[in-house]
Design a protein around this ligand. Structure first.
Ligand SMILES: Cc1cc2nc3c(=O)[nH]c(=O)nc-3n(C[C@H](O)[C@H](O)[C@H](O)COP(=O)(O)O)c2cc1C
Length: 267
């Protein structure tokens, strides 16, 4: 079966992951994209944490045609799902980042490497914000206190992220701290996004209910890229969109902004 046929067959992100690890990624790619902080295999803290949350549906709402379009940083987007920066994508596909970008237009770019210097402080962030013509988004925030500090620096938005659990062994799962970050900055109107472990439409729904304005995916885009380049990335996003649409329908929600915190229970 060629890649085109295989792509048509794929129904879930889990299937993409299995195929990427068994077939479509090279040995080097598999190691690089799967590695955790101290392990060769992907830590599942983020994914596992999502499984502790349950959705409480509403009844008797007209959900014949849920709407998943929304606004992110004042721009209209077709769905609240984007792609996080992942390095060395050429290890997944020859067309690398350009194919990922074509698969989806809203893609994050990470700050230059020198901002990953361990001596960087809030003062440096302030300098970047003051000297940037683009909105600056703080990625890697995991506490309410840090969220308040970056907002004071003038940040445009926050991404609750642990960089895919690649840097710190036993790092806190992102979904577990989302609420704290959202609450810490809610009065400032700063948008909060989340990445880490988003693998299904239910994960997107839970994140939005807990206050994220949008979610981003890292590894799943790579799995799609490795199988079908630009079309693979597009298929990954289409699966998430379709699953979000269906989750909204069954949960009795018509618009993204009607997804509420009271619809989520942590078990
Ligand atoms: C192989 C790999 C490389 C990454 N490179 C970067 C990077 O250069 N800059 C960055 O901010 N995040 C980087 N990340 C983290 C992602 O942007 C994102 O936070 C994470 O992958 C989201 O989790 P997920 O893979 O579970 O969706 C990388 C992640 C992976 C898996």
């Amino acid at each position: 079966m060629d890649n085109f046929e295989k792509l048509k067959e794929m129904k879930t992100l889990h299937e993409f992951e299995t195929y990427a690890l068994d077939e479509s990624l090279s040995g080097h790619g598999k190691l690089y994209f799967s590695a955790g902080a101290c392990t060769k295999s992907t830590p599942r803290y983020n994914e596992d944490a999502f499984h502790k949350y349950r959705i409480r549906p509403r009844v008797l709402r007209d959900v014949s045609e849920p709407k998943i379009d929304c606004k992110v940083l004042n721009s209209s987007v077709s769905c609240p799902i984007g792609i996080s920066p992942v390095g060395l994508q050429v290890l997944a596909h020859q067309d690398a980042e350009s194919a990922t970008a074509k698969g989806q237009l809203a893609i994050l770019h990470s700050l230059p490497r020198n901002l990953e210097d361990p001596s960087v402080t809030f003062e440096d962030l302030k300098w970047v914000i003051e000297n940037s013509k683009l909105p600056v988004i703080a990625k890697g925030i995991l506490s309410g206190e840090d969220a308040r500090r970056v907002v004071e620096c003038g940040i445009s938005a926050i991404i609750v992220s642990n960089h895919g659990s690649r840097l710190l062994e036993r790092v806190v799962p992102t979904i577990d701290v989302l609420k704290e970050v959202v609450d810490a900055v809610s009065e400032t109107g700063t948008e909060v996004y989340l990445d880490g472990g988003v693998r299904s439409g239910s994960d997107v729904f839970i994140s939005l209910a807990l206050g994220a304005k949008a979610v981003f995916i890292g590894r799943p885009a790579i799995w799609g890229l490795s199988l079908g380049g630009e079309n693979g990335v597009r298929k990954i996003l289409q699966i998430l969109k379709d699953e979000l649409f269906m989750t909204m329908q069954v949960a009795g929600v018509r618009h993204i902004e009607d997804i509420q915190r009271s619809m989520i229970i942590r078990t």
